[in-house]
Write a protein that binds this ligand. Structure first.
Ligand SMILES: [Zn+2]
Length: 298
């Protein structure tokens, strides 16, 4: 055989063997297999770890054993739209629908359950301004208030009327807030000062803490226990859209209040009113783009 030819053959053989050895040592990068058909792309499980996100535990429980996780529940917060924070509100300016907000102070108490029954019967909701000391005594009742779709607000711990230092106002309002959360799971930025007093330190502290100070436009004076018909007449004669009605579910026997509410709700419904919570009422005003609203007493 020609020695030149033999040498060329030997060199070609070495190159061929070398190439085979080279490609077998370095397999093709999966990302660069563009010339291959899709069928040849390895399944994800065969990709090197650097192409995969960290894997979950290897042992997958059966779907029946672990139902798909629920999305995390949003914390329940009763807060006014931003424009009402640190403001005093007496009523809302609502011109495009007939809505009214009933509010009940000084609970929760066993009387609250009777009010809840009436509200539920008429498919209405309201706002309850609770005392911290009553929340501690009746946390289950407060929980029912919120579970039924009502709003809850802060009415201080002791219901002091006298002037208070900022430290006392802080204790009274902050601890009540803690007990609102502890009993209902909700947070609230709704505050009503005891007796509606705005100058004894409570309202100032509440405003500093971004609460809306919720007053009222209709005072039923139901705490004086007038006949139910008187309470009913007071509300029906003054009802306007956006009104906030002051009533009580604490402070003793509330039979007249319960009877009055049983009359008021169906009668105002007949007139086309809907019953909403205070945050809903303020939201409706905000949606009407009337940022200043009516924050002064009638
Ligand atoms: Zn009160």
């Amino acid at each position: 055989m020609n020695p030149k030819f033999t040498k060329k053959l030997a060199i070609k053989s070495i190159i061929l063997i070398g190439s085979i050895a080279f490609f077998s040592l370095f397999p093709k990068n999966p990302q660069t297999t563009s010339s291959n058909s899709i069928a040849q792309i390895p399944p994800f499980d065969n990709f090197p770890p650097k192409f995969l996100k960290p894997r979950k535990p290897q042992i997958q429980p059966s779907p029946a054993a672990t139902p798909s996780p629920k999305p995390p529940e949003q914390p329940l917060v009763f807060a006014p739209p931003a424009q009402f924070r640190s403001q005093i509100v007496y009523k809302a300016s609502i011109s495009n629908s007939k809505v009214i907000a009933l509010t009940f102070d000084d609970g929760p108490s066993p009387e609250t359950l009777k009010i809840l029954e009436v509200l539920q019967k008429h498919n209405a909701v309201a706002t309850f301004f609770c005392l911290g000391r009553n929340l501690r005594e009746y946390p289950e009742i407060a929980k029912k208030v919120v579970q039924a779709g009502n709003a809850i607000g802060n009415h201080t711990w002791h219901h002091y009327y006298h002037d208070v230092t900022e430290k006392i106002a802080s204790n009274e309002i902050d601890y009540t807030g803690i007990h609102i959360h502890r009993s209902t799971g909700a947070k609230s930025l709704l505050f009503r000062p005891p007796g509606g007093r705005l100058n004894n330190g409570f309202a100032d502290y509440a405003k500093k803490k971004n609460y809306v100070v919720v007053m009222w436009s209709i005072d039923t004076k139901d705490f004086l226990q007038p006949p139910a018909a008187v309470i009913t007449r007071t509300v029906l004669s003054q009802a306007t859209s956006g009104a906030i009605v002051l009533l009580h579910d604490g402070g003793g026997d509330r039979q007249q209040t319960v009877e009055a509410v049983s009359e008021i709700i169906p009668k105002l419904k007949q007139q086309g009113y809907r019953f909403v919570t205070v945050p809903q009422l303020l939201q409706m005003q905000a949606a009407q783009k009337q940022p200043n609203g009516d924050r002064k007493p009638k």
